[in-house]
Design a protein around this ligand. Structure first.
Ligand code: ARG
Length: 576
């Protein structure tokens, strides 16, 4: 049930019938205070402005035309022309009943789209760093959400697997006569990378060899390709382990790295030149974009091919967007990337649109990520200033979660403690990131993510386990609950309304790509369940009708929490 959509439609119909233009919007949202009802519509103000009459007059005119029979028990005008809607208890109960009987929470079908999520995208020969962690976690939650709604989701891991660094690495491995390429770890690779870079900067001969290898690699030389493949495989095997530990759904099949687009690049440069969009400038090929200005206030020139013939990150992203249209037939592409790459994407996409490589209806969206900062407000690093290895970070999370769970359960068997610590520790890192608006910088803080107070993974997982344990004690067969839902008091009613708001919440997450909205919803739901349980006894109630109705509310809460946490990629346990 999508209450928001239903009420919006009714409000718009009434507005139009009262003389407002067809394009009027209801601007409806769930009310902040109960005295304003369950929902409030604010769209009358702008509609009245459009037709030039006072909002109150339009409100009074539309109210009798607003058909909310059986849905609302009271509708009133408040303030300068807001409409407060109080939902009818019996109507709510009926919707709950319907959701209860339905597997997927009775969510209406969406028109399925092909949606690509570009996320994670670590670079080869380097450890995945905390910057990639944010994109990985948030991108994955959005992929799960869209998948749940029935869209065709393509996960695209745009790994940095192409470029001059490979010439450098191959040259270095050859220089030191490295034999055991089968035993190289990612940590070794990183050390090689640093040394290779040093050699490249200091030794012109070495640099020459390295550049030569790049050319060879690009022209498909067998030895170079083999070495390159090895470097990619070593890196991605390690990253795949991290994805697995993080319960992230990316697999080897989702890798669509920069190298995938390499063969398209010469044609793109030729085509942009033929179309008159790209021109030669000082030996390089440049696209001038007059809608962008550089720091001197001049028209922005975006280089797509360097003097030496090499292509750039931007050229690849131009090809990539084209590929996503021509080959993958995407309706929508969501890029979960650091906000510092915003300009880069805007330039690439402006060129893509000018060249007509994708239809106007295809949406390219940069879902910007702020930086992950330490408690000191500086980029998150170890105390000695090094980048933090993700494996170490995850180990620490599990260890800290273990201590927290042990405190609560001194007698829990070690084996159970270990498996719960994993779920809570990994959950804590993910949830802390998911629950914040992704566009802002984010402070990584163990204490605030590993506490049972507030909007955290431990709180949510505990809330879930609690409902599960109540229901276990009730020992009921859900299909045997024959009494209908009745909402006798405000606690039951508030919980019920919140339960029905799952659909409008998940649709907002899907449209805006913002999982923190789901976290906030689930947190609120868990709190409402808590006060419901406190005031509405379930197990000891003698009245069968109340008992069964409350059990239904509890079961639906359990199911909603489970589905909600699932689409965030957060695991649950039955006891903690
Ligand atoms: N590998 C890049 C980085 O580490 C991120 C790639 C993002 N995706 C893209 N289509 N440009 O910064």
């Amino acid at each position: 049930m999508n209450i928001l959509a239903l009420l919006s439609e009714k409000i718009i119909n009434a507005l139009v019938a009262a003389g407002a233009p067809k394009c009027s919007e209801a601007h409806i949202r769930s009310s902040i205070k109960s005295k304003f009802g369950d929902y409030q519509a604010n769209g009358i103000m702008s509609a009245a402005k459009k037709i030039g009459i006072p909002p109150l007059q339009l409100a009074e005119k539309m109210l009798p035309l607003l058909n909310l029979e059986n849905i609302a028990s009271k509708v009133e005008i408040s303030g300068p022309g807001f409409i407060n809607i109080f939902l009818d208890k019996q109507w709510i109960a009926k919707q709950i009943e319907f959701n209860f009987q339905n597997k997927k929470l009775a969510i209406s079908d969406v028109t399925p789209q092909t949606i690509i999520i570009d996320y994670s995208a670590p670079n080869v020969a380097k450890q995945m760093h905390v910057g990639h962690l944010r994109s990985t976690i948030i991108g994955d939650a959005v992929a799960r959400t869209l998948n749940f709604l029935g869209h065709k989701v393509i996960r695209a891991n745009h790994i940095g697997d192409w470029g001059t660094q490979f010439g450098m690495l191959i040259a270095y491995l050859e220089k030191v006569k490295y034999k055991n390429t089968n035993d190289i770890t990612l940590a070794d690779l990183e050390a090689f990378y640093r040394k290779a870079q040093k050699n490249y900067d200091e030794d012109e001969k070495f640099a020459e060899v390295a550049r030569n290898y790049v050319v060879k690699l690009q022209s498909g030389d067998e030895f170079c390709r083999k070495m390159w493949r090895k470097l990619v495989d070593i890196t991605m095997a390690q990253n795949q382990r991290i994805y697995h530990r993080l319960n992230v759904t990316l697999t080897e099949d989702d890798v669509m790295g920069e190298s995938l687009y390499n063969d398209m690049l010469p044609n793109i440069v030729a085509d942009l030149t033929a179309k008159g969009l790209a021109v030669e400038s000082d030996g390089a090929i440049v696209v001038y974009l007059d809608e962008f200005k550089n720091k001197d206030g001049d028209i922005m020139g975006v280089i797509i091919q360097k003097k030496d013939g090499g292509y750039l990150y931007t050229t690849t992203d131009i090809a990539c967007a084209k590929y996503r249209h021509e080959i993958l037939h995407a309706d929508r592409v969501l890029y979960y990337i650091d906000s510092r790459q915003h300009k880069h994407l805007m330039h690439a996409w402006a060129i893509v649109r000018k060249a007509g490589y994708i239809p106007a209806t295809m949406s390219l969206e940069h879902h910007m990520l702020g930086m992950m900062l330490g408690k000191d407000g500086k980029p998150f690093r170890t105390r000695s200033g090094e980048t933090i290895q993700l494996d170490d970070l995850l180990d620490e999370a599990i260890e800290r979660a273990g201590a927290l769970i042990r405190q609560k359960n001194p007698d829990m068997p070690e084996k159970e403690l270990q498996s719960i610590s994993k779920v809570v520790g990994i959950g804590a890192i993910k949830y802390a990131d998911l629950s914040k608006n992704r566009t802002t910088d984010y402070i990584f803080d163990w204490d605030s993510m590993l506490t049972f107070d507030g909007n955290t993974a431990p709180y949510m997982q505990y809330a879930y386990a609690r409902v599960a344990s109540i229901l276990k004690r009730a020992n009921i067969n859900p299909t045997a609950l024959s009494e209908l839902v009745i909402l006798e008091n405000e606690y039951e009613q508030s919980l019920a309304i919140r339960l029905l708001q799952f659909e409008e919440t998940i649709l907002t997450v899907a449209n805006e790509g913002l999982p923190y909205i789901m976290c906030a919803y689930l947190y609120d739901l868990a709190k409402l369940f808590s006060s419901f349980y406190e005031h509405c006894p379930i197990l000891v109630t003698k009245n069968i009708a109340s008992k069964e109705s409350r059990l239904k509310l509890a079961l639906l809460t359990q199911k909603t929490l489970k589905i909600g946490l699932d689409i965030l990629g957060i695991e649950t346990v039955e006891r903690m």
